[in-house]
Write a protein of this length. Structure first.
Length: 351
């Protein structure tokens, strides 16, 4: 009885595919249905041996995988950031806080010179753990599909982890709020679309203001990096012809530098509230929250990758479901070494 149901299901499936093909080439759907069903009964070998629906016309599928669009797969803003992966033993790294610098005596006439201890301290940091939910892959799927389902699943798990870890990275590099060593400034340009109220656009003057903040903090020029959010890239493209002309560098593929900042763009930048506080990672932005551009000094931040492990159970060990399960675990982190030399530009709002 089970075999009979499989055959009937296969014939019905082929008939449906025949209708679709007939409509696409302009012939009577009934002929397409009858022809596809009859062909599968006669030939019966389009499926691999042992497939659940023997006779199904797998040739109607192209095998082309249409994957989810992932605009943030490549996080070039982390290129050149100090990589401490080699120190990530047991998925934990240890930083050393060297504390204060020694006092300097000028034209000293008093001896003996005073002794000043410099206290260092250990900072253990556990890497973030990224885990994907397990994906089932049945033996029936592996037999019936015309593409490599296992490879597709592995790739999508990897892409999902990349997307999340880079989004968390740029979130971590943004200050929690405005402070002396972690400035958060707001844009001052005209309102979007020329309206009388709404989001105020980013201008070059705002970038110059950010430069002055870094200058005042003594941040070295070499290594300053500005990661523009999508809104701010659009603002400059619409209103700054020089930026628009330099938006794409045909040699490097990167945005041209601006006032000492290496300029990048990333679509998953963090959001800030109207009060200037960073919205927690993983929390959906609320009404009035604005996406921000993020600036940092590369030598004051770090990245580290830890272990990566694939978990896999074979269908052969699951006789009831006859399916394999696969998921991944990966350790990674990006953080400022200290809460200094990081900044953000969030959009102002004109009411």
């Amino acid at each position: 009885m089970g075999k009979f149901l499989k055959v009937i299901t296969g014939i019905l499936f082929n008939a449906l595919m025949g209708v679709i093909i007939a409509l696409s080439v302009g012939i009577t759907p009934a002929f397409g249905a009858a022809g596809a069903a009859g062909l599968s009964v006669v030939l019966g070998g389009f499926m691999p041996s042992g497939a659940s629906f023997a006779g199904v016309l797998t040739e109607v599928w192209t095998g082309e995988m249409v994957k989810k669009l992932r605009a943030g797969d490549v996080a070039t803003f982390l290129d050149g950031v100090p990589d401490y992966s080699q120190y990530a033993e047991n998925d934990v790294i240890h930083l050393v806080d060297v504390g204060a610098d020694p006092d300097v005596l000028i034209n000293n006439t008093t001896y003996p010179i005073p002794v000043q201890a410099l206290e260092d301290s250990d900072i253990p940091i556990g890497l973030d753990k990224y885990q994907t939910k397990a994906t089932p892959i049945t033996d029936d799927e592996l037999y019936a599909l015309s593409y490599d389902k296992m490879a597709s699943v592995k790739e999508r798990h990897g892409d999902a982890i990349l997307e999340n870890k880079f989004a968390k990275a740029i979130h971590a590099l943004a200050p929690a709020s405005n402070a002396a060593k972690t400035p958060v400034i707001t844009t001052t340009g005209g309102v979007v679309d020329g309206l009388s109220a709404g989001r105020m656009m980013l201008t070059r003057n705002d970038v110059i203001k950010l430069k002055k903040k870094f200058d005042d903090l003594g941040v070295p020029v070499d290594g300053r990096r500005l990661v523009l959010c999508s809104d701010h890239v659009s603002d400059l493209l619409l209103n700054d012809q020089k930026f628009a002309d330099q938006y794409y560098n045909y040699t490097t593929g990167k945005i041209a530098n601006m006032y000492g900042f290496q300029v990048y763009e990333y679509p998953a930048n963090p959001y800030f509230t109207s009060a200037g506080a960073k919205v927690a990672f993983g929390t959906a932005p609320g009404e009035g929250d604005m996406q921000a551009s993020v600036a940092f000094y590369t030598k004051r931040v770090f990245k580290a990758s830890g272990s990566t492990k694939m978990y896999y159970s074979e269908a052969a060990t699951d006789p009831q479901n006859q399916r394999s399960l696969i998921n991944f675990r990966h350790y990674f982190i990006v953080l400022p070494k200290k809460q200094e030399a990081i900044a953000a530009i969030t959009s102002g709002v004109k009411s």
